[in-house]
Design a protein around this ligand. Structure first.
Ligand SMILES: Nc1ncnc2c1ncn2[C@@H]1O[C@H](COP(=O)(O)OP(=O)(O)OP(=O)(O)O)[C@@H](O)[C@H]1O
Ligand SMILES: [Mg+2]
Length: 373
């Protein structure tokens, strides 16, 4: 679902605003004015701190004073524009200068709008609201474009996949069958080992073809009441030996009672296995903790997979849910795990998300719980 761009979500604050203002009195007035209507406000007093702040948790809008100690507001605006465009980061210049040249200079430096001191509270609020509305619209369009692009990719893929899978599965079956036969008559251990490797490779190809097909063609579902705890336990048991031999401290934390959801146990297991294997693979590059937990929260079953391996890079993060996005070598990843998982979770009426910091990465999902049993 793409949320409507015109209204901010009801429970969310209106947005985060960075005020850059060296004059303490003006800063205080602006901050109070904006906090009153529900904005989160950060106040800094010079350009260098403003740029640092932008690099961190980027605000939704900047109110930027022109006259600052050191770097001027105009320079800050100019530098910020080299990184973020006017829709990603609206900048409102605030100044006492009213001559046309100053106004032009501010717009030339990339300001979205221009406000003159002394402030009128109502005007500032209205101009900020207008910029934020525009920003939401742009964000909405960007998401629609992403959806369309993904949809496009998938329909082309759907057409191709059936044919390719057929063409690959047949020769694979021949290779597999002959390798099996030869393995039975293998003259020595070296030949047998080679043949076993061939069989493993065949198996892996079959899985990839199966994944691709499973993704583009929706499999018929077998639905019923499923205990998420039981599925997690089964999935964990599949990998536990693997995990602990690699020196990982793995744990599974479940409540005593059942966690019933309505869905397809096989598909849910596929999701959990994908998340578990991703966590395992991340731990090869550092870290050693893998913690899976599930609990009941507000009529939903919440499941999380945490590992303290290296975080997902910021430039990869927006793409990890895309089909075929992978950072792994070809023999290790096809980039379908998360795309499939997200689709399955959504088909179960749930949602899945990720947070990744230096402390680790956690994938969290929520599934609607079956209640009143
Ligand atoms: N727990 C994690 N920690 C760090 N990075 C992760 C984690 N899970 C996923 N990723 C990143 O997201 C990318 C996409 O994951 P996804 O499961 O979709 O594909 P994959 O694991 O690369 O391949 P496949 O699952 O198809 O074998 C991964 O390549 C990796 O960069
Ligand atoms: Mg994966």
């Amino acid at each position: 679902m793409i949320p409507s761009p015109l209204e901010p979500p009801h429970d969310a604050p209106h947005g985060r605003i960075l005020i850059v203002e060296d004059d303490a009195a003006s800063g205080h007035v602006l901050r109070t004015l904006l906090r009153q209507v529900g904005y989160q406000v950060e106040l800094v007093v010079d350009g260098a701190s403003a740029l640092r702040s932008l690099e961190g948790a980027r605000p939704d809008l900047v109110l930027l004073d022109w006259m600052l100690p050191g770097m001027s507001g105009l320079e800050v605006c100019h530098l910020a524009r080299q990184r973020w465009d006017a829709l990603e980061l609206p900048i409102l210049m605030v100044t006492a200068r009213t001559d046309p040249e100053s106004v032009y200079a501010a717009f030339d430096a990339g300001a979205n709008d221009y406000l003159t001191k002394p402030f009128r509270g109502a005007e500032i609020r209205a101009r900020i609201a207008a910029q934020l509305r525009m920003r939401r619209l742009a964000e909405h369009h960007r998401r629609m474009e992403d959806h369309l692009r993904e949809h496009d990719k998938l329909s082309t893929l759907g057409l191709l996949a059936g044919g390719v899978a057929h063409d690959i599965n047949n020769p694979l079956a021949v290779i597999g069958a002959h390798a099996q036969l030869l393995l039975r008559r293998a003259p020595d251990e070296a030949s047998a080992a080679g043949l076993r490797e061939i069989l493993e490779a065949v198996e892996r190809c079959r899985r990839i073809v199966g994944d691709v097909l499973g993704f583009v063609r929706r499999r018929p579902r077998e639905r019923g009441t499923v205990d998420v705890g039981a599925v997690l336990r089964a999935t964990y048991a599949l990998r536990e030996r693997h995990l602990t031999t690699g020196g990982v401290r793995a744990s599974l934390e479940l409540p005593d009672g059942p966690l019933p959801v309505f869905g397809d146990a096989g598909q849910l297991q596929q999701v959990f296995l994908n998340l578990l294997i991703n966590a395992e693979q991340a731990l090869r590059d550092g870290g050693r903790t893998l913690r899976i937990s599930a609990a009941e929260t507000e009529e939903a079953v919440a499941v999380s997979f945490f590992n303290d391996g290296p975080p997902i890079r910021a430039d990869a993060l927006p793409h990890i849910w895309e089909p075929f996005f992978t950072t792994k070598p070809a023999e290790e990843g096809t980039g379908l795990g998360l795309a499939i998982s997200r689709r399955i979770v959504q088909e179960h009426g749930g949602e899945i998300g990720v947070e990744s910091t230096l402390e680790g990465t956690v994938f969290s999902l929520r599934l609607p719980m079956v209640t009143g049993q």
